[in-house]
Write a new protein. Structure first.
Length: 202
């Protein structure tokens, strides 16, 4: 799975992560509450901290196309396209919300959430691009499963389905109208890539 050779096209999930322009990389703070699994699918229950996030929402486009539109906007904001002209460094993972239909297919709607690095949490620079918003969000608890490769829409849907199946018969309850996908790696990293799907605890 990790040796998948297909190259991403355009700006794929997290094209901005770990570029020297952005300096240091932080990890979004969370606490692992429990772990579980069934057959070859494992998961963690995590309590993820809230805070201030830079967000971009795209509608009326498929997931992969929407990401190619949203991610460069986040990248530019992080890299200095803001009122302070400051490069802030990165926080990983960068997550994005997907909105499933009843049949498991995805609506043409996506929202990227980038957690502002701790140094700038108190007073985030204002985005120069009006489509980039700063929002404050409470912490969330999620059920997370991990997979490798260059992730596309079909991969997110498949792993979300696997995670739901794995949670059947457990006390876990989760939101059905939204889930999150997350990535950690730049597109030039061909092996050992880390992607995740998060179901939000209800």
């Amino acid at each position: 799975m990790y040796a998948r050779s297909a190259r991403p096209h355009g700006v794929t999930m997290l094209g901005m992560i770990r570029n020297s322009l952005f300096g240091s990389v932080e990890t979004w703070p969370w606490q692992v509450l429990s772990t579980g699994g069934k057959e070859d699918v494992s998961y963690e229950e995590r309590a993820c901290e809230g805070g201030k996030f830079a967000t971009v929402e795209v509608t009326d486009k498929p997931v992969d196309e929407a990401l190619r539109e949203a991610m460069p906007k986040i990248m530019k904001y992080v890299g200095g396209t803001n009122d302070k002209g400051v490069g802030m460094g990165m926080t990983v993972p960068v997550s994005f919300a997907l909105f499933p239909n009843e049949d498991g297919s995805l609506q043409k709607k996506l929202k990227v959430w980038f957690r502002i690095p701790n140094q700038f949490q108190g007073s985030p620079p204002a985005p120069s691009d009006e489509s980039v918003k700063i929002e404050e969000r409470e912490g969330i608890t999620v059920y997370s499963t991990q997979f490798g490769g260059y992730a596309k829409e079909a991969d997110y849907v498949a792993h979300a389905t696997q995670l739901r199946t794995t949670l059947e018969g457990t006390p876990a309850t989760y939101q059905g109208d939204v889930y999150y996908c997350a990535g950690y790696d730049p597109p030039m990293k061909p092996y050992g890539r880390r992607n995740e799907v998060w179901l939000v605890k209800a």
